[in-house]
Design a protein around this ligand. Sequence first.
Ligand code: NZQ
Ligand code: ZN
Length: 382
Amino acid sequence: MENFVMYNPVKLHFGKGVAENAGKSALKYGSKALLVYGKGSVKHSGAYDDTVKSLKEAGVKVVEYSGIKSNPVIEDADKAAELGRKENVDMIVAVGGGSVIDCAKVISVAIPYEKPAWNLVSGAEKPQSAIPLLSVLTLAATGTEMNANAVIQSDKLLKKVGFKNNLMFPKHSFLDPSYTTTVPADYTAYGVVDLVAHALEAFFGKGDSTLTDKFIFSIIKEAFEYGPELMEDLENYKLREKVMFAATCALNGMTVWGKQGQDWGVHAIGHVLSVIYDIPHGASLSVVYPAWLKLFKDRIPERVGELGLGLFDDSNASNLINNLENYFSKIRAAVRLSQLKIDITDKKEKDRIIEVMTDNKVSGFNYEMTREDYSVLLDLMA
Ligand code: NZQ
Ligand code: ZN
């Protein structure tokens, strides 16, 4: 095993009705909140009404910033931070999926920073402080509700960047699976893909921790068992509950205990596809993972074999890849770029993607990828 530190300060509230406590929890941080949300789903899921009611009942005033887009952009973080400073808010309450919560994390460090947030995201400068953040999650996928990561993009620079700082751990996160019953089939599937991908990125991280590998297999098997059932019964609370819990566990630290973090190579490629084509995060991952495994199965045969054994009781790499592709297809997630309407038989298009991959320095932390690998991978994804 690698040496490691377990640290997760998020107070997680899980279950039906938990957002009713948002106001009481918020009061500890002050009396004025910047409420951040997306394009309006929160008003159909019930999350907005419940959260605002709870904040108001506790006497917390609310200023709103809405319209955060899926695959959030840095301009929103800067504008919302400006509003937060002008209104002198004491805290941020984010209501939504990963995009809203990630953007809110960036806002939380951008408010006291008072300069363009991209300086922090790009690593040019380090945040020194943050406004407290509370989150009310409406989509099971990213695990952002219980981690210190934010992913945000600059369309101008064609860069989508993952950024981590302990200041960005939410103070409280409220997870009521009933809000997720309104998530449509496509984003439900992408969420399930994302949680599987997070567990796989951890499996391919550096370090040998057999107990942690077993946590990883359990999380993925939960998605194998209940993901397809959920796709046939989207309003089923019990299934939503299982998937929501699995998604949180897939990226809250427990999958890297005894390891040196995740590999993140597949995510790095997915981010490039999202920044160029604005495709949903999970949709990129179900295409990239099988291709990545096809490339790496001969480079790291033992590790790929262990994954096959752990998930399907079969160490054969080709069977593992087939099983994974069949699973993604079963939950109606794309497994080829052509299904996402990305045509890399057009050489100009392929070269463009390779350029952006190069510019984004796409690689894994554990398993490196070269420019030649990009080309092979894209052909495997076609
Ligand atoms: O904008 P609204 O109207 O809220 O609609 C959203 C959006 O269109 C909708 N939605 C959310 N909750 C809903 C709902 N629709 C109906 N009912 C509900 N209850 O779903 C759409 C997608 O939402 P989004 O937040 O973009 O999805 P997700 O949670 O998958 O987040 C994706 C973002 O998170 C990043 C991704 O890169 C991407 O930018 N990630 C963040 C990570 C982290 N912070 O740890 C790790 C991940 O690997 C990932 O990179
Ligand atoms: Zn992800």
